[in-house]
Design a protein around this ligand. Sequence first.
Ligand SMILES: Cc1cc2nc3c(=O)[nH]c(=O)nc-3n(C[C@H](O)[C@H](O)[C@H](O)COP(=O)(O)OP(=O)(O)OC[C@H]3O[C@@H](n4cnc5c(N)ncnc54)[C@H](O)[C@@H]3O)c2cc1C
Length: 397
Amino acid sequence: MDLTFSPADEDFRSELRSWLDANLPTEMRQPAFWAGKSDDEQFEIRREWEQGKAQAGFAGIQWPTEYGGRGGTPTMKAIYDEEMAKANAPSTVNPLGLAFLGPTIMAIGTDEQKRDIIKPLLHCETIWCQGFSEPGAGSDLAALQMRAEPQGDQYVLNGQKIWTTNAMHGDKIFTLARTSSSEGQKKHAGISMLLVDMHQDGVDARPLKQMTGASEFGEVFFTDALCPQDEVLGGEGNGWQVAMLLLSFERGSSAIGQYTEFRHQWDEVARLAQQVQRDGGPASADPVIRQRLASALVDLECLKYHSWHILSEVSKGKDLGFEASMTKMAWSEAFRQVSDAYEDVLGLGFQVPDPQPGLSLEELTTLAMWSRSCTIWGGSQQVQRNIVAERVLGLPR
Ligand SMILES: Cc1cc2nc3c(=O)[nH]c(=O)nc-3n(C[C@H](O)[C@H](O)[C@H](O)COP(=O)(O)OP(=O)(O)OC[C@H]3O[C@@H](n4cnc5c(N)ncnc54)[C@H](O)[C@@H]3O)c2cc1C
């Protein structure tokens, strides 16, 4: 594992730090700035800030320059993630477009798709949603039922998607639908990936309220919605292969950004444990809580070295393939451990915490609640374990 940074990496880090110092106002780094603002207000502030960042050249760090990216290395992307987390900078408003759609369009999009989709996506002019999951199709994605009937030069879409991140702010959605019957064939057949405009009468997005109080995902209903036939990605009937390619672009990313964020969260929980009184002494003196905190810290430090190891391998050109599932499991479980330790320190009261000097408990509570979703989205923990067992370790099905 090579833990050294090249002079170019160091230059990139200091350039990014200087830009953040000058362009990320101190108040925006504080949770109090966001408290009391509606989902819509928060979204617009983050979008505007991210657009400025893209104009300054800090978007698409690893994307080729011909697509408006920075043409950087995997290490630069990891440095970017780390510095953004250290600065407590707003997270992207276009996560699905950036992580999945952009790289897929670069790989298999038509020239028109590359021209029309990539730049507006990178500059957050078009916010993309991912329409894969349905009420009866989650882990078993190939069970999806949404239909898209060819009619003239259009498809007519009918069906429902669920758990759609950014449903209320999305402009377009890349979605999977059945364009022909798969009767007598495998259920993966007859599916196409369509790029659908969400600003039309046939598309109805409804928010789903989460336990954090936010509605950053929702349901999307399609009733005779239209999609031009040239807005198919990767050709009609190839949706399953396109979806697998699209999901593979998460592979190889290290979890340095997540480590930085969760380690900061752990530091706050450890400070809280020293302040909160339990059974006549500080919670940090309770042996069970000490054990919890220590165990979370061990997991976190393992995550750090695992992340550097991944980065080192990817920098040498290794395709991690299904090993990437181990990174997803490692970071989401470390996050859960830190959050569980927080909940133990405060007990059930963590849901409505009393203020503590110098600590932002509202933010810790939101993180603790949010951590529960991270072992579900992007492939649940059980499904990731199956992948590692069968495809990395070669165990029988
Ligand atoms: C915060 C959040 C954001 C999301 N955003 C999006 C989005 O933008 N777009 C989108 O399309 N989807 C999105 N999803 C949906 C997500 O992809 C699904 O929740 C996920 O794929 C699991 O599907 P499910 O919820 O239907 O659960 P199910 O698939 O019904 O699983 C239920 C339980 O059974 C287990 N299970 C299922 N199959 C197996 C198996 N073969 N072996 C062992 N255990 C199994 C699972 O691990 C889980 O514990 C989001 C989800 C969340 C929580």
